[in-house]
Write a protein that binds this ligand. Sequence first.
Ligand SMILES: [Zn+2]
Length: 300
Amino acid sequence: MERRSALKNIGGLLLAPSLTFGEAAKQVAPVLRIAHLTDVHLKNEFEAPAKFIKCLHHVQQQTPKVDLILNGGDIVFDMNKENISTINDQWKLFNNTMKSECSVPAKYCLGNHDIWWNENNKGQAVYGKQYTLDQLGLSKPYHSWTQNGWKFIVLDSVHLDIDDTWYIGKLGEEQFAWLENELKTTDSGTNVLILSHIPILTATLMVEDNVVNKWQMLGGEMHTDTSRIINLFYQHPNVKLCLSGHIHLRDKVLYNNVNYICNGAVSGAWWRGNNRQTAPGYGLIDLYADGSFKEDYINY
Ligand SMILES: [Zn+2]
C-alpha cells in the first residue's frame, strides 16, 4: 500500500520505478552464455560434416546469443588408428568448418582421440600432443583465462598409463601443481569453471549391462586422481562447475557443492544416433555473477 501511494505521488515520473526494475533485471541477467560442445569426432563420413554444421548453426541461432564455445575434446574422429594423411584431412576439415560456419569464439580441450599414441612413431612431430596443439594454436595443453567475472580452467586429462602403452585420466604432478597455484592465486570472489575431456566425477560409468556383482571401471574412463582433485576443490568453494565429455552420456553429479556435468556428445553414438538414451547434443549454460548457473542439454 505504501509503495502504491508512493508511485501515485510521483505522478508522471514513473521513470524512477522502471529504472529500479531495470537494475534488478540486470542483476539476474547472466554475465556469460556458453555452449559446451564435446566429442564432435569429426571426419568425412556418416554425414558428420553436415550434422556438425547443423549443430554450429543451432548454437549461433540461440537467443540471447552464445558468447563462447567450449570444445571439450575428441575434436576429430580419431588420430590413433589413422595414417598421417587421414589425420591431416580430419584436422583440415575441422578447422575449415569452424572458419566458414562459426563466428563464435571457441576454446579447446584435448581429448584422447586428439592425440597420437603410437609407439612406432615416437620421435616424430606427430607423436603425442604437439601436432594437435599446433592445429589449435595452443602453446600448452592446459590453460586458463578470466572472462566476465568467471575464471575458466582447461585441464589436460589424457596421459600415458603407468606401463606407457595407452592413456589414463589424470593430471600428473606438474599440472596438479599448476592447478593448485591457479586456484590459490584466483580471488575467492571469482567463480571457477573447470573443463576437462575425461570426467573428474561421473555416475554414467555405473550404467552398465550385465553387472553380476561388481562394476568395472577403467583408468581411461574417469580421472584416476579424482579424490585428490576433489580435496583441492574443497579448499576453494569458488569452484562451481566442472564440465566433461568422453563418455557420450549425459549426467549431472553434485558433490561437495560442485556440479560435475558430463555433457553427452555432439556426435551421439559416433554419428550413428543416440548413445543409450543420450541424443546427439550440446550443453547451453548461462553463468551468473553470483556463481550460480542455469544449464540445459540441447538436442540440436
Ligand atoms: Zn574421449
